[in-house]
Design a protein around this ligand. Structure first.
Ligand code: SF4
Length: 176
């Protein structure tokens, strides 16, 4: 299956599975997504303090060239749980969510690998105390993603499309 067909297949299956969940399970997802999204907003403040947007504009987003498979089930659920559509991916771009103006995924629903990556320029712009706080928060965020990985067959920090290929016809939201 090509990446665009795999994406369409994942999106419709996960949407169907999410809609069919018990209310208590949806509430669990919403609660845990809120926790992840709050931590991502917090992590982004370090990027802002380091004047990240200026560094990205100067570089043109070289780090996003490796983002093709970064989006995870958690990030997609962030859209489905609020009845929103994720931005349509463009698989001809280096990352399907990269636009000339930057990332089309909002900060709370941006992939773990993206939100926790600091290029050299951003890293150097943070002082030692900020760097320590950043990596403490990164570790907490990783644990929050891993809670989803343990709960759902289709959740993995390795990315949704990579996980989907291994999963085959098994539901993404199957519990082990
Ligand atoms: S998801 Fe966004 S931040 Fe991550 S690699 Fe793609 S464009 Fe860059």
């Amino acid at each position: 299956m090509t990446d665009p067909s795999l994406w369409q297949n994942c999106l419709s299956r996960i949407r169907r599975e999410f809609t069919a969940l018990a209310v208590s399970e949806r509430e669990w997802i919403e609660r845990n997504l809120q926790d992840i999204q709050a931590r991502q907003r917090q992590l982004h403040t370090f990027f802002q303090r380091a004047n990240g947007a200026r560094h990205c504009a100067a570089c043109g987003g070289a780090c996003c060239e490796k983002g093709r498979y970064h989006l995870t089930l958690v990030n997609l659920l962030g859209y489905l749980a609020t009845d929103e559509e994720p931005p349509p991916p463009d698989f001809t771009a280096t990352c399907p969510f990269l636009a000339p103006s930057g990332c089309r995924l909002d900060v709370p629903r941006r992939p773990f690998n993206c939100i926790t990556f600091n290029c050299e320029a951003v890293e150097e712009a943070l002082d030692e105390a900020d760097r320590a706080d950043f990596y403490r928060l990164e570790a907490q965020l990783r644990l929050a993603y891993e809670v989803f990985d343990r709960r759902y067959a289709g959740s993995s920090l390795r990315g949704l499309l990579i996980r989907a290929e291994r999963l085959g016809d098994r539901p993404f939201l199957a519990r082990p």
